[in-house]
Design a protein around this ligand. Structure first.
Ligand code: C2E
Ligand code: MG
Ligand code: MG
Ligand code: MG
Length: 288
């Protein structure tokens, strides 16, 4: 910002760090003072099974409509909540809303829920989430937790033990964003997993890039050999689908099959597809 007046020029420095600092403070304040129970909500994005021509479940994606800041992107406010010690509160509010939605969906549909590092490092907190599942009368089999390598990196042994405990209770575990950042093949071996989600950065490139295509093909193959289910994230176009289909991924999640949507819309979309799959034998483009 620069101001010029008759008596000279006043320059107000507003450096990038300065702006970021102000933004951080504003975010943390809005988290601290907001009515998160009302302001936080979820959207649900379908996971499509190409072999069954149906949605098997939905991933819950956090949304925050702050009265003071407007809509805030989830990666932004989740990070801020982690830094300022609000993450457990945020997670349990969201998880409770996720279970509320799941209760209204027909039995086979599942809910995938993202956990952050601090959630996983806290055993009693995680057990409280399990408790919420039971209190809602929901089968733990219908609940899947998504974790990233950064969430388990700090203490792999502790994370392993806890994830094993969650699986023993019946929940599923998915490794998210695989292939991005610092994710390592080591985790496929070390962690008790049911599913791997291949990061959308690969999928985005398959239509133009042979190397990405081979990498995705290799990852799908690897998952099959390790008896892990494989989800391809970020499929947006028919072209991509044409390339990816022959590789026979277990599940596809991306805008092509549905953007994140409300809980009722999600249930209806799943039912519509179910009905269509029953009446035609051609795979149905399930665009919501
Ligand atoms: P994620 O868990 O990898 O979620 C997938 C992200 O990819 C979502 O972004 C989704 O909207 C987006 N996406 C899905 N399909 C497509 C596609 O075809 N094209 C493109 N370009 N994008 C697609 P979103 O909702 O902005 O979430 C961003 C991240 O924030 C999530 O990445 C997750 O790491 C985090 N997050 C979201 N909700 C929660 C939550 O409840 N708890 C925690 N701890 N983290 C969350
Ligand atoms: Mg996820
Ligand atoms: Mg992901
Ligand atoms: Mg992510």
């Amino acid at each position: 910002k620069a101001k010029s007046g008759r008596r000279g020029v006043t320059i107000v420095f507003d450096s990038t760090e300065d702006r970021e600092m102000k933004e951080t403070v504003a975010l943390e304040r809005a988290l601290r003072e907001g009515d998160l129970e009302r302001e936080l909500f979820l959207q649900f994005q379908p996971q499509y099974s190409p072999s069954e021509h149906r949605f098997v479940g939905f991933e819950a994606l956090a949304r925050w409509q702050s009265p003071s800041l407007g809509p805030v992107r989830p990666d932004k406010f989740i990070r801020s909540a982690e830094r300022s010690g609000h993450i457990r509160k945020v997670t349990s509010i969201l998880f409770s809303k996720g279970l509320e939605a799941l209760r209204t969906w027909p039995e086979p549909l599942t809910l995938s829920f993202n956990l952050s590092a601090q959630d996983i490092s806290d055993r009693s907190f995680m057990l409280s989430l399990l408790d919420m599942i039971h209190q809602n009368g929901i089968s733990p089999k219908r609940v899947e937790f998504e974790i990233t390598e950064t969430a388990v990196m700090a203490d792999v042994d502790t994370a392993c033990a806890l994830l094993a405990e969650l699986r023993l209770a019946g929940c599923k575990i998915a490794l998210d964003d695989f292939g991005s950042g610092y994710s390592s093949f080591e985790y496929l071996d070390a962690l008790p997993l049911d599913k791997v989600k291949v990061d959308k950065s690969f999928v985005r490139k398959v239509a133009h890039n042979v190397t990405s295509r081979e990498i995705v093909a290799g990852l799908i193959d690897l998952c099959r050999k390790l008896d892990l289910r494989c989800v391809l994230e970020g499929v947006e176009t028919d072209d991509e689908m044409m390339i990816l289909s022959p590789l026979q991924p277990d599940l596809i999640q991306g805008y092509l099959f549905g953007k994140p949507m409300g809980a009722i819309e999600a249930r209806d979309a799943a039912a519509r597809l179910e009905a269509a799959a029953g009446s035609v034998d051609e795979p149905v483009g399930a665009r919501a």
